[in-house]
Design a protein around this ligand. Sequence first.
Ligand code: ADP
Ligand code: MG
Length: 701
Amino acid sequence: MGQDYLHISIEYLKGVGPQKAEILNSELQVYVYGDLLEFYPSRYIDKSKIWTVKSIDADAGNVQLRGKLNTIQVTGGKQAKRLSAVLQDETGTIELVWFKNYQYILKALKEGALYTVYGKPSEYLGKFNIAHPEIKLFDPSDNTKGLVMEPVYPLTEKLKSRFMDSRYISGLVRQIVSDPRFNIPEHIPVSVSKPLKLISRKTALYHMHFPADERTQAAAARRIKFDEMFILAMRSEKNRSNRLREKQGIQMSRPGRLFNRFYHENLRFELTEAQKRVIREIREDVKSGKQMNRLLQGDVGSGKTIVALFCMLMSIDNNYQACLMAPTEILATQHFLTIREMLQGLPLEIELLTGSTSKKKRAGILQALKSGSIHILIGTHALIEEDVEFGSLGLAVIDEQHRFGVAQRAKLWNKTEHKKPHILVMTATPIPRTLAMTIHGELDVSVIDELPKDRKPVKTVHRTERFRAEVMEFLRTQIKLGRQAYIVYPLIEESSKLELNDLMNGYDTVTDFFPLPEYQVSLLHGRLKPEIKDFEMRRFKNGTTNIMISTTVIEVGVNVPNATVMVIENANRFGLSQLHQLRGRVGRGSDQSYCILMTKDEMNFASKKRIKTMCATNNGFEISQADLELRGPGDVLGTRQSGLPDFKLLDLVKDGEIIDLAKRAAAYILKNDPTLSAAENEVLLQHLIRHQNDHFWGGIS
Ligand code: ADP
Ligand code: MG
């Protein structure tokens, strides 16, 4: 049937043979008919439009021209040889040029013949020319084939050198789709395809290669993209509904005594509406008796910690313990100190466990943890070590989750014997909602989309080295006002000697400007002993030091509301999300804060773009959008680790609408027919079973 047909080796196509098959295998990973069908064109030449030479202007973009070819010649000296020719249509002439690899083109060109040319005109000395155009003899029969959009495939040099060009590929695809055995079984149930106006997969595959016009191509691409997301969405929705159906979560139904006491007696500020909403969402979750698995997104400074704290209190109110895991020792320690302070007066045992906790202390903590006398445990990766056992863990909070892998998250679930604890994952790398749903498919997502009212947006400026003295002067005025400042150096590798030198030189410069005893300057980097780091952090936090010079160890989560200036040295070397995180260290109180991005005069394009984005916006979502566009989701999110498939057509950044549709469709189907046993879902079930190498029915929960 259809499936077997798609698995026929491409060797059986006319014009392929063993040698070319080998090239298609190794260059394009195309082995069978199905692979070739899913090898989509990267663009199309719109043959319905022929430009005239006269109508070309600076914004023309790619154009297709038709005319007579004259004056074919090779000119220039030994070093700068080039091939040129003149194309002439009814309205004028335009020069075509080739600078390299033109030997075989030269051989093929015929003086005086009619050609079709495709390329991008550029202006030189007031005249247009086209460099390295695609060119072919005009074939009058082209017009009668009814094919107006010619597919152009993303081919490699090796293929092109063997004359396996786009025409060759489309010829192969045409063989496949014109065979009577070509049939693609439909796998999307009518209940979805009809309201969403999805064309059939068979038609879509055909039109991806041979669209009649832009509209048919767009409809085909929409269907294919939908398919790519839909299968993934079915899997994560299935996992999610399994989790919810299992009902083995811990039910936290009690109204909270500590929760209320904390709210009324300890809290020193009014929660934002967004914080209240998220706390309600979480409360509903943990009350339901189902296991919560929630992602909390919120820009830096939006106040995620307090939300986590309320949830931990819910857990304790119901006689369960809670833990909070942070990615660095500094952050864990800070959480420990602030949480302990905030909870003052409440009858609670809070402990800190990190890699540098002494053996003796650790043994005591483990004991108390097991017996249940510790209510809240805060720490680093040390929390997920084998021998850390809780008496009754009810909630695990993971802060700044992009630093932790999925596997580590899973480890937390096995910390208690009976029911899985609720999991709250917090991240300050805000990403578009649709993207979050794709990557964290089986998580529910909450968003704090509001900053505390008293916050003023951080003012961000870009300064080059020439302004060093002025920048230092500015720091001085801020310090006079009683504020504090960070100066951060890029130390990507904590072990790099060279970069450490940068930092130490920076320290010397700064202490020249800010001498003892008038000023106190702290220094912090990853190689210092934990107790020294701790000491410096505390000194800065309690206001003893005016300036903190550090590496990115302070990047995430550090909270010193009195610090109002963030100077980032060599800012061009940081990525966007890192810059945003660093800037998030200031603007945490009610005073006006500043971020100064220091760079050299010269910068490459991407660096300029990053600096510009930072100066233009404070909004984390906008920044991550720009980051995604600059680097692509793979690099931004480390999709390799997060197990995201490589989509062929779907663009995670641009196709939010389709992602949303596919996700909702999957949820809808599973809601009405959780086991896919209805007759109309049979097609889908069969399809999923065929693709169960991706563990559809098992998989992670
Ligand atoms: P993040 O979301 O970046 O982790 P934090 O939880 O560290 O942010 O909060 C940043 C600062 O804002 C902290 O000093 C915290 O006490 C304070 N804060 C949190 N919520 C509010 C609020 N509703 N009003 C005023 N300040 C708040
Ligand atoms: Mg935080």
